[in-house]
Design a protein around this ligand. Sequence first.
Ligand code: ADP
Length: 579
Amino acid sequence: MKKNYNQSVLGVFASYIKPHWHAFAVDMGLSVLIAAVDLVFPILSRWSMRELLPQSLYRTFFTVMAIIFTAYILRAAAQYIVTVVGHRMGTMVEADMRRDVFTHMQELSYSFFDHNRTGVLLSRVTNDLFEIVELAHHGPENILTCTLTIVGALGILLFVNWKLSLVLIVLLPACVIFGLRQRIAMQNANREVKKMTGEINAAIESGISGIRTSKAFANEEAEDEKFDAANEAFKKSRVGFYRAMGRFNAGVEATVGIMQVAVISIGGFLIMRGEMNYVDLITFTLYVSTFTAPVRKLMQFMELYTQGMAGFDRFLELMRTEPEIRDAEDAQVLENAEGRITFDDVSFAYGDGTQVLDHVSAEIAPGETFALVGSSGSGKTTMCHLIPRFYDVTGGRILVDGKDIRTLTQESLRKNIGLIQQDVFLFAGTVMENIRYGRPDATDEEVIQAAKRARIHEEILKMPENYRTYVGERGVVLSGGQKQRISIARVFLKNPPILILDEATSALDSVTEAEIQKSLDQLSKGKTCIVIAHRLSTVRNADRIAVVEDMHIAEQGTRAELLAKGGAYAQLERAQGFT
Ligand code: ADP
């Protein structure tokens, strides 16, 4: 069930903690136990020193000490469980959130990915979530234990000696404010380090991806210099951070020392005036060290909080982004389409306002091969992307078998369309898995059949582990032509009635192209087929050709008609050296 991300931040947080509330409760309960042991030790020591030592009650004294000893063992066990259970809960919450972000991103439309860079999205799913989850389990635990120890210790001290407590009450906020300021400086320095880490990563990434270009231009030295600059800046920011960290650590230690000295000075003064005894002074100094742990933790919490909340805001922003294209409530399932495609007065502009199509109309009959030609950037790909509803038209409508595609479910619409593009993406996996992507329930035999028809079977057999050969990143490197035929095999398996070939062969040499053209011809038999091609040789056999120009279809007809007309198409053929 999808969560409601429009509720308050705390509400969303709680909804993620809820399934793991057992772990959360254990975490909180044991944290209270730990705080309690810390609080009780000095007060029990005080009681022993006051009541038991003067009377030389050996047995009771050692019994009390044995109890405290056991309490510390228990505290250690509790600490262990809190660490394990807390972090395990954190990991589970993180996994849940990661699954939700991933699922959500899969639902988002093409336009979203036009505007968001992969690297940024990747860091949302990794770094951001980690920081959120650190906050989710350390946050409540820190607040609870710190409040308990600070308030508890102060209460006890007020009861022991209110005058000396006043010293602490005055000094403590001063220490906290000082510490916080140092911590903020440290956080700013850390932000700088993060920024520089981003820069250096970008420098490495662009350096490595561009290595072929820089070698070709013999520009390695210039690249080195660019990199050195980024590396230097990174080093500086790191040193800045360590300085801030040094100031913070030294400062906190110093404030603890100052508190101890102040307590002993004022305490000593009170003792000399007969207003206090030694035992209470010892109790006080013990509590001073009890204070420092929670104060440190609170400062750390502040940092967790700002980072975690920033991550959470970005998480919510992403989760609150609605897919631009959704199925209509009463969307119908398109089954076994005949394959008639109608552009009815279609206009389209991208989200950034780029107008691409202006009142375009065309009718493509079932089984017809319809070619789109025209200069690059004229809107051919865009026209093709409108048919599977990667984007919605901004005017007019597109019909498949006479039905407005907005009244159909996206899934059934896309099942009826096969798209082959110039860039083929292979998922990390085996060749078999990559072809099966066309129809996940296909048997091995069907996959092999499809590979044969796409004329890639023989080559697969020559690969190290034939169909089990690993491809994709870190796998066997396939040539452009091989990848292209794998994508054709996918579509053979899918066997949709509508086929879109978007410059499917333009990146290939002419021998490979001729080879692939044969498998494409076989694939397109009996299907409605829209072909975009740069080389006119590939569209000469099309039933009809349309020239896209200036946001319009300038002319359409059979090749013979267009040539007879002597218009835009005839000109294109002449430019490419035909006729
Ligand atoms: P063709 O396939 O004919 O080369 P396209 O359909 O790819 O042309 O592009 C048509 C116009 O739309 C171009 O001006 C291009 O810059 C613009 N365009 C393409 N994709 C996008 C996008 N995702 N966002 C904004 N503008 C785009």
